[in-house]
Design a protein around this ligand. Structure first.
Ligand code: FAD
Length: 393
């Protein structure tokens, strides 16, 4: 099936989301997102609370925990409308990662303590998985958690920790047993970032921005009641973090949003009577076709999952294609503004942008998107999964 038609109910739902966004999304937030300008924690918290009041901040959580109970295709529509309106994306660490894990593995106290606060942006998590010697091979984590009565003593460090400078808590994979197969000696801890012994050091990316941090743990005391799931069974919790979220990785909505910027640059030239060369127009059409193909494929797979069908390597395909497409669009934007002679990233310099604010953050955006084919499982790792599971290699 090449085409996917929304049902009448799905189209009505889309209109409902669009009119909510029309009425509720502050124009200054949308303007920043459109340009790629940084959104502050305060602004993101404000937008999260607007969504929370509507009951839409955690579409992926079960209704009993304040979620929406939407099916995957509905969530896709919601995401697409939000991105099209340039709404700030909410923090994935709380909503998509640790929130669902707390729902599945947390004690009643943990659920009561964390879930409402995540939903209302009163508490922010960051993710402590990667270490200097453990990235793609995550089961090799070495940060140790030694048991001492009803506490763990944590030592080691986590690296590439996005948003650690803003986070109140960190969810961590730590080693609680070194004498067993490596996946079997890992535990999942929730750690207060204010605990004595934690130091956060910034890591600056090549665009000069603080994209990540390294978080050091020196004899940090963590109550065993802050463990999620059984001791030594953290790998199971970590794997479950992916769950249905595995399927929401296509970046279709984000690709459409970036494409709308591309079209705007293109049409602003046409308005000035300057038609772009044929080769540019062909390349832009090809990008649009790739977005269409990605969305059709994504919707087919989401529809399949909604019907309870088995999902295999499809998420790897979506992740691969969606992240590569963002990068191809960035390249096209670069080529376009280069051809048009428009200064970019004027926000970082004294120069004035020649065009609308759209160009101000294009360079930063491109550097940031470089991480899309690395974070959450690199492209090489996705190729391996497809080779094994689909091609049987
Ligand atoms: C923007 C961004 C944000 C991030 N945020 C976080 C965060 O908040 N928290 C966190 O814990 N981590 C975060 N990470 C880290 C991310 O999860 C790791 O970078 C990723 O898992 C890869 O690990 P690594 O960097 O150690 O590279 P490595 O695993 O050392 O890989 C190095 C290279 O080898 C390739 N490679 C590795 N294994 C194989 C294989 N089996 N076959 C073929 N090729 C292979 C990789 O594709 C890569 O090109 C972030 C990364 C980025 C880019």
């Amino acid at each position: 099936m090449l085409n996917y038609q929304f049902t009448i109910e799905q189209s009505e739902f889309k209109r409902e989301v669009e009119s909510f966004l029309d009425a509720s999304l502050p124009a200054e937030f949308a303007d920043k997102v459109k340009k790629g300008a940084p959104i502050t924690k305060k602004e993101l918290a404000a937008w999260t609370r607007v969504l929370n009041q509507k009951g839409w901040s955690a579409p992926n959580w079960p209704v009993e925990y304040g979620g929406t109970g939407w099916r995957l295709v509905q969530r896709h529509i919601f995401d697409r409308c939000c991105r099209a309106a340039h709404a700030p994306p909410l923090s994935g660490f709380g909503f998509n990662m640790v929130g669902p894990a707390i729902i599945k593995y947390g004690s009643e106290e943990q659920k009561k303590e964390f879930l409402p606060k995540i939903q209302n942006a009163d508490l922010w998590f960051c993710q402590g998985y990667s270490e200097p010697q453990a990235g793609s091979d995550l089961a090799g984590v070495a940060t140790s958690a030694r048991r001492e009565g009803d506490e763990y003593i944590v030592n080691g460090s986590k690296i590439w920790t996005s948003d650690a400078e803003n986070a109140d808590w960190i969810f961590c994979l730590v080693r609680t047993n070194s004498d067993v197969q490596k996946q079997k000696g890992i535990s999942f801890l929730l750690i207060d970032m204010k605990s004595p012994g934690i130091t956060v050091k910034p890591l600056i990316a090549f665009n000069g921005k603080r994209l990540w941090n390294q978080v050091f743990f020196e004899d940090v005391r963590v109550a065993t009641s802050q463990r999620l799931g059984e001791e030594d069974h953290g790998w199971t919790v970590a794997k479950s973090l992916l769950g249905d979220e595995r399927l929401m990785v296509s970046r279709v909505a984000e690709n459409r949003r970036i494409f709308s910027n591309l079209l705007e640059v293109m049409t602003s030239q046409a308005d000035r009577g300057q038609l772009l060369p044929e080769s540019f127009r062909r390349e832009i059409s090809e990008l649009e076709l790739r977005i269409e193909a990605l969305e059709m494929t994504s919707l087919r797979i989401l529809g399949k999952a909604d019907e309870g069908e088995q999902i295999g390597a499809e998420p790897s395909m979506l992740k691969l294609k969606g992240s590569e497409l963002v990068q191809s669009q960035d390249e096209m934007l670069f080529k376009l503004i280069d051809y048009l002679g428009i200064p970019m990233d004027t926000s970082n310099s004294d120069r004035q942008s020649a065009g609308p604010g759209l160009y101000e953050y294009i360079g930063s955006g491109r550097y940031h998107h470089r991480g899309y084919t690395i974070a959450g499982g690199s492209s090489e790792v996705q190729h391996n999964i497809i080779a094994r599971q689909v091609l049987g290699l």
